[in-house]
Ligand binder design. Sequence first.
Ligand SMILES: Cc1cc2nc3c(=O)[nH]c(=O)nc-3n(C[C@H](O)[C@H](O)[C@H](O)COP(=O)(O)OP(=O)(O)OC[C@H]3O[C@@H](n4cnc5c(N)ncnc54)[C@H](O)[C@@H]3O)c2cc1C
Length: 498
Amino acid sequence: MDLNRRDFLKGAAVASVVAAGSLAVGCTPAEEEPAEKWEYDVDVAVAGFGAGGAMAALTAQKGGASVVCVEAYHQVGGTAMDSAGGATGPGSMEVAQANMPYSKPEFLQTFVDCIGEATNVMEEYDAFIRPGAGGVGFTIGAESTHKARVECYEDLAEKFVDGGGVLLMETKAFKLLTNEDGSIVGLMARKSDGTEIKIKAKAVILACGGFQNNPELKTKFFGPMGDQVFCRAVPTNDGTGLLMAKEVGAALSTGLGTFYGHSMAANADVEFMDFYEIGSQYHDNRCIVVNLDGKRYYDEGAGVAGDMNNLELINQRYARGCVIFDQNIYDEWGSISAGGDKGADRTAEVIERGGRVAKADTIEELAEKMSAWGYHKANTIKTVKEYNEAIDNGTTADLEVPRTTGLIASIIKIVEPPFYATEVVCGVSCCYGGVAINPNGEVLKEDGVKPIPGLYAIPGTAGGITSAHYYRSSIGAAVAYAWKAATCALDYVSAGQE
Ligand SMILES: Cc1cc2nc3c(=O)[nH]c(=O)nc-3n(C[C@H](O)[C@H](O)[C@H](O)COP(=O)(O)OP(=O)(O)OC[C@H]3O[C@@H](n4cnc5c(N)ncnc54)[C@H](O)[C@@H]3O)c2cc1C
């Protein structure tokens, strides 16, 4: 069979890959090791080819390692493909500590030290990127479109394969393999047709995201409303990385109940790759958001892009709320994304896709319509009235739930009819808690001190790094730690060969 690079990306069968003679230098086909069947024998195996996994795979390859990467989804790039693509980070420890005050300094130090290294790798691979916000890190894609972001990672995947790497698409890692002393010797993965493959690897890097799409783990770690939380990430991020690591004795990090996300239109038919443009109600930090009691529950303007309000939404009944706004906010902000670019008319799209949007000429009428969804009518009317009065009086900071401008929001009176209410549900894009690692990205044993030899993990499979502070940096943290983990894995592999 005549295979080309695209066949790798489409998940060509292992046997076909071997037949095509396209394995990376250093990969040994199974036949050479009759005692135990390994489909691949490499220096480094990477689980996941999202922004972090791609960085880990390319860094390891650049350092001379043979690398196999398994990617569970049918598209490369992971969650970042449906994001603003900002892979930024703090330019100094001062900035890092000011913006992520609860993080351990040693974790921030790796972030600060390695975000530039990760950017260098992207530049060396001539990736389609733009400068990062504030001059630190990079922004994915030659321009701010989903197409450009996907192009960036498809191009990197091709370069990885051209460089001798093996990329197996729609292939999910599900088990880590260890020897008698607990050191990692490889992993097992399952292809979409159910075929299991065994990869022998001196080091394994887990870059397979968090547990965004695992209702049991979300309930366990996020709390009673966890299973209601919308997976605002690639659907393959189902916590397998965490579970695999735990099975071989890994400790879990702090902050397992914290995450980054944005509230999403409830009940609307939105899928991955619709989240940035349509599902995310990015204008909510200029609006009032009420819970089922018709009350505000958090400062809508806090945080970067409504992320703090979303984090609090999980503590409201059914993790739901209603975003209330007027025609002025609709016109000004109804199609502006968090990144500031203009996109689809989100409200119209949500209606089109079956989401709950009410429209009325008065707040009383709007509250009446919302009451049909279970929202307390009298409280809703009172909340809007008090909010508008506080703006008139300059006393929004004195409201029972204070209102500030936050980083990018503004405080706007809700007075121009018609009025709108969009029902939203809490969404998770990135888990801040996960497998416990040290600042080198080495996965720690249950004692929380000693590393499991040969096992590495990066955020969001790894957790406890940025301590519930988004700082527009979940992709940034992933790529910075991916560079660090791959660099340490290279040292580990070469030390083992001495
Ligand atoms: C609308 C939106 C806007 C956002 N904007 C930004 C932004 O501007 N800046 C920012 O920093 N963050 C942003 N984010 C968040 C950011 O995209 C994610 O936090 C980031 O991509 C990291 O996600 P992750 O670590 O969970 O893994 P991912 O990037 O999703 O990567 C994990 C990869 O592993 C694969 N995988 C999962 N399980 C397995 C397995 N068992 N075996 C093999 N492969 C597996 C997945 O398919 C995926 O490709 C945004 C997110 C969304 C949805």
